[in-house]
Design a protein around this ligand. Structure first.
Ligand code: TXA
Ligand code: MG
Length: 318
């Protein structure tokens, strides 16, 4: 069901949950200080309750009520927020409920760059908001995707298509060496250019550490199946079959029963914007037409291509 702004405010104030547009992907929002609302979020998504939610606030001053921002974290926030980046910082004692942060001693905070969300936060306070999809499935970039994901059970405020189409970059400032936990539009090079120090990524730490971090949900969705369609998907494909839906990139020439192109001109930003949109449509076509799979052409593993490939690798995990 599509709802208007006033209804969204009313439902949220009542500790209910609603799907809201953001500049990255649609989020499933509830008041971050309400145990009841946050519990409803985990339940609706089928998400394990040890996997914490991002708390969305309207500015850095508010963010600092809930977490300790180091000088480096503040510097980065002053450049990139509001925007598609989330900071993991040591948690302060506040009214943000333990259900939202899964009782960790850190908190993930984002200042979204979207007028509607900022207005809503202004009215109801900080929002806990994971992506508005069932756990492990493809993230939504349109109201239709949210409706499909929850079989219409979640009210949605329509804000059109998400501009970025990929989740925020997550950077951990609670550790000695700032570490990118999830790739996104803002890359480690962007951060390094400002802090003039080496920024670690999940790929630059050892497998052993990665596994133990994943167990503590330090690495979001780390190594696990995620972002995945309800049908087989193959990646880095150079030869496809007639009974597949193919997703090309640039001048790749995969042929199939249906075909998409993430970006005819080989533009990675455009590809990121189209990725979930095309995966959702490709999934529908495979299921409706009883085709065998989705096949995706190779995507250059640079800049935002790192985030795209990271999502595709997880999507293709069995
Ligand atoms: O762009 C986005 O970030 C979207 C929009 C709606 O804001 N939200 C989003 O939330 O992607 P979600 O829940 O799908 O992903 C948040 C990730 C989770 O994988 C979780 O493990 C991680 O953030 N996370 C949350 N709190 C954390 C913490 N204290 N330490 C490490 N990771 C944390
Ligand atoms: Mg998600």
């Amino acid at each position: 069901m599509i709802i208007d702004f006033e209804t969204a405010i009313l439902l949220l104030s009542n500790n209910d949950i609603v799907a809201l547009p953001t500049e990255t992907v649609y989020g499933l929002a509830g008041k971050a200080n309400s145990e009841l609302a946050c519990s409803k979020i985990y339940k609706a998504k089928g998400r394990p309750n040890n996997n914490p939610l991002i708390v969305h606030v309207s500015n850095l001053e508010e963010a600092e009520k809930y977490g300790y921002f180091s000088p480096d974290a503040k510097k980065i926030a002053s450049v990139f927020s509001p925007g598609p980046i989330t900071y993991v910082v040591p948690k302060k004692t506040s009214d943000i409920c333990n259900v939202a942060t899964a009782s960790l001693d850190t908190i993930a905070i984002r200042i979204p760059n979207h007028p509607t969300i900022l207005k809503i936060i202004g009215e109801v306070g900080p929002l806990a908001m994971p992506s508005a999809n069932m756990s492990t499935k493809i993230s939504p970039t349109t109201p239709d995707h949210v409706i499909k994901s929850f079989n219409g059970a979640i009210p949605v405020l329509d804000g059109g298509s998400s501009t970025f189409g990929l989740e925020s970059t997550i950077i951990d400032f609670s550790v000695e060496n700032p570490t990118i936990l999830r790739y996104g539009f803002i890359t480690e090079i962007d951060i390094e250019n400002i802090l003039h120090k080496h920024i670690f990524t999940m790929d630059s730490i050892s497998e052993v550490n990665k596994n133990s971090l994943a167990q503590n949900i330090k690495a979001p969705g780390s190594l696990s199946k995620h972002y995945s369609p309800s049908c087989p998907i193959k990646i880095n494909v150079t030869e496809s079959a007639f009974d597949e839906v193919v997703i090309n990139f640039g001048n790749s020439k995969l042929n199939g029963a249906y075909s998409f192109n993430l970006s005819e001109s080989g533009n990675l930003v455009e590809s990121a914007q189209n990725l979930y949109l095309m995966l959702q449509s490709a999934e529908d076509l495979v299921l409706q037409n009883k085709l065998s799979s989705i096949s995706v052409a190779p995507i250059p593993n640079v800049q935002i291509g790192l985030a795209i490939n990271d999502k595709l690798i997880r999507a293709s995990k069995k």
